[in-house]
Ligand binder design. Structure first.
Ligand SMILES: [Zn+2]
Ligand SMILES: [Zn+2]
Length: 544
């Protein structure tokens, strides 16, 4: 009704009748118009406010971008960065945390081994802190610092270089992780012994090989014939052990010193006997005087009876002079190995777990200890069985034939490796990938010695760097190809605890894919982290 009236009035004479018309509208219409005007005004105000905010932001960005770029570089973080704090704080914090973790693990193992040693001598002396911790007996400081620098240097450098790459390239691609990992690999220089660096480099090479193989297999590109067979890992371990145990008897100089020391200490065959075996196999005269001195020292009687400088085999009386029966000697050697290695395995299982998962340990200390105890017992059984079988094959050969042969030591190593079946399935691959580089190490030495491989200085550092780049690539982009143990370990060291992880501000298509792997990785790393320490043994702290 009101509209019609308004229309009629306007049709009569709009210019003169305007005020009349205005007066003529009803109070309801006036109220509606006022509300409309109010809403429009409010909208305009909001628009202006938004524009003002944009302008202020732009002004702020321009100012900081032009006048104080250096302070932004130091205090800010790139939109692609997922760490909560600034890039510098993240890199320095990671360096410190990884250094402390690695240092703590190494010192902890040293202290626990020292405690076992003291308990063996006098049980109560372990309570004497001076005896337990004095610098005189606990020589781990330098090695712990070097281990800390290796881990801390790597994580710190890795984060720093990756942030620099993000800033300079302004994008995140697989190349960033690879380049950062490769350059950060230079932290291996913190180890002063080149043979140790070589061992680490070859160990990583085996790991990269594992990732590449798993990746190719998953993409259906390539796989070994019979790769579905569930004992492939034991076979690989067996082959590596055959080469190592052969080198132990015939070419000990090809094995890294620390590793040879470990085998000699754990193994049942004394050094003078090994030397005599080598001499007899090479057809040279046997050093009867040295062997007799050894037998005399062990038994108090001269021997071995009937041995001549040109004997074709060293009899059992030269291998284990103190025990007549081969069976008795085998069981004695097995038990001795168990006693000797159990403290080592327990320390290597328990300490890394406690240091790397302190919160979980505080939550259930007894269960943690019990798990470490079970795992260490199983590993010690494996090693004892290894020694027992190796010794058994050698004694058997001496009881059957009258002429020694090199290949027996190769064969004995392969047989002894079957003891890996005692270990958990997941540990067998770890064992194979741990021993394989040692075998490759021995091969590397022989090839360089025969000038088949050039002896380039620091070649092992370059190899380590490249492998580390590869490992970081697989860790970020194809984490499923990596062994859970290694993936958990890297995640533990790279992700600093106590800082929030932010989602990246920009949504590049690439970032979204890498982002989707991160939660999966983190989820998996949680249950894995228990296993991490369980599996973190000699390979992380070799030379023990
Ligand atoms: Zn950053
Ligand atoms: Zn024997």
């Amino acid at each position: 009704m009101t509209a019609r009236r308004h229309g009629l009035g306007g049709g009569g004479g709009a210019a003169t009748l305007g005020p009349l018309v205005l007066n003529a509208i009803s109070p309801e219409e006036r109220a509606a118009r006022l509300t409309l005007e109010k809403v429009e005004a409010e909208n305009r105000l909001k628009e202006a406010e938004a524009r003002l905010r944009e302008a202020i932001e732009e002004l702020h960005f321009r100012q900081t971008g032009t006048t104080d770029a250096s302070s932004v570089a130091l205090s800010g973080r790139h939109p692609l960065c997922q760490h909560g704090d600034s890039c510098v704080a993240n890199a320095v914090g990671s360096l410190c945390q990884s250094f402390l973790l690695a240092y703590g693990v190494r010192v902890g193992i040293g202290v626990l081994l020292r405690a076992f040693k003291l308990v063996k001598k006098r049980p109560y002396s372990v309570l004497d802190l001076k005896l337990l911790l004095s610098e005189k007996d606990l020589i781990v400081r330098e090695e712990a610092c070097r281990t800390g620098l290796l881990f801390g240097g790597f994580t710190g450098m890795f984060h720093a270089i990756r942030c620099i790459l993000r800033r300079t390239r302004d994008k995140e691609t697989p190349l960033n992780g690879f380049v950062a990992g490769t350059i950060a690999g230079l932290s291996v220089l913190s180890l002063d012994d080149s043979s140790r660096r070589r061992t680490f480099a070859l160990y990583l090479l085996a790991r990269v090989g594992q990732c590449a193989y798993n990746s190719a297999k998953a993409k259906n590109k390539f796989h070994f014939w019979g790769s579905q067979w569930s004992h492939g890992d034991t076979l690989l371990f067996s082959l590596a052990c055959a080469q190592i145990m052969y080198a132990y008897v015939m070419r000990p100089e090809t094995l890294p010193d620390s590793y040879l020391e470990f085998i000699s200490k754990t193994g049942p065959i004394a050094k003078p006997t090994l030397k005599a075996v080598r001499e007899s196999l090479r057809g040279g005269p046997i050093d009867i005087v040295a062997l007799s001195a050894f037998v005399l020292k062990r038994t108090g009687m001269p021997g071995p009876v009937g041995l001549k400088p040109d004997s074709l085999i060293i009899p059992c009386s030269g291998v284990h002079p103190q025990t007549v029966s081969c069976l008795a000697h085998n069981s004695k050697a097995t038990r001795a190995t168990f006693r000797k290695t159990f403290p080592l395995y327990l320390s290597l299982t328990f300490v890394p777990y406690v240091v790397l998962n302190i919160q979980k340990f505080m939550h259930s200390p007894i269960r943690t200890f019990w798990n470490a105890f079970k795992s260490a017992s199983r590993s010690t059984c494996f090693l004892s069985a290894f020694v027992g079988i190796y010794q058994g094959v050698i004694c058997l050969q001496r009881n059957i034939v009258s002429k020694d042969h090199k290949l027996v030591y190769f064969f004995a190593g392969a047989c002894a490796a079957l003891s890996a079946l005692i270990e958990k399935k997941s540990r067998r691959t770890e064992l194979a990938l741990y021993t394989l580089p040692r075998a490759a190490d021995s091969l590397w030495y022989i090839l360089v010695n025969r000038h088949l491989l050039p002896n380039i200085k620091h070649a092992e550092v370059a190899l380590f760097c490249l492998c580390m780049g590869g490992i970081m690539y697989y860790h970020e982009h194809e984490p499923d190809t990596m062994a859970p143990f290694l993936r958990g370990l890297i995640t533990r060291f790279l992700n600093r605890t106590g800082t929030p992880v932010l989602p990246p501000a920009l949504s590049y298509p690439y970032v979204s894919t890498s982002n989707s792997t991160i939660p999966a990785q983190k989820d998996k790393s949680q249950p894995d982290s228990g296993k991490v320490a369980e599996k973190l043994n000699v390979e992380a702290f070799q030379g023990l």
